[in-house]
Ligand binder design. Sequence first.
Ligand SMILES: [Fe+2]
Length: 165
Amino acid sequence: MKNGELIGEMIAWEEGSPKRINHFLKVYGLAKAIASREQLSSTTMNIVETAAILHDIGIKPCLEKYSSCQGPQQEEEGEKACRALMERCGYTDKEFVDRICWLVAHHHSYDNVQDIDLQILIEADFLVNLDEKQADEAAIEQVRDDHFKTATGKKFLQQLLLSKK
Ligand SMILES: [Fe+2]
């Protein structure tokens, strides 16, 4: 399935929640831009883009099941929902599906990040979350220093969140 069609599937999944729809679209756009500028292979770019579209798929089932959304439950529900949706949408490459599900389950695991796909997903999600939460300058700088590694991610953080006019 093309990423544009997958976006349509995720909009259908999140129907009635414009906040969550806009959230994943923003994360997708930023993740794609960071991945392009960091010169990833086309395979890794596709992994980053697909994972960004699906990264918060666990929130809805988590809220329905537990009426709250704690980290471990979101990871478990995210992995399950991701695999089911990808199967339904005809993704057959097991290695690809496993990687996307792993990224969806680990996008809040900030310690010891080794892989560029996870790193970019984390950075894109932070860029959007810090803005949506209207984090203050000190908090933004803290997240930058603790969690940002790519030159593009740091540049976007500066341009998007710290260059107030
Ligand atoms: Fe997110």
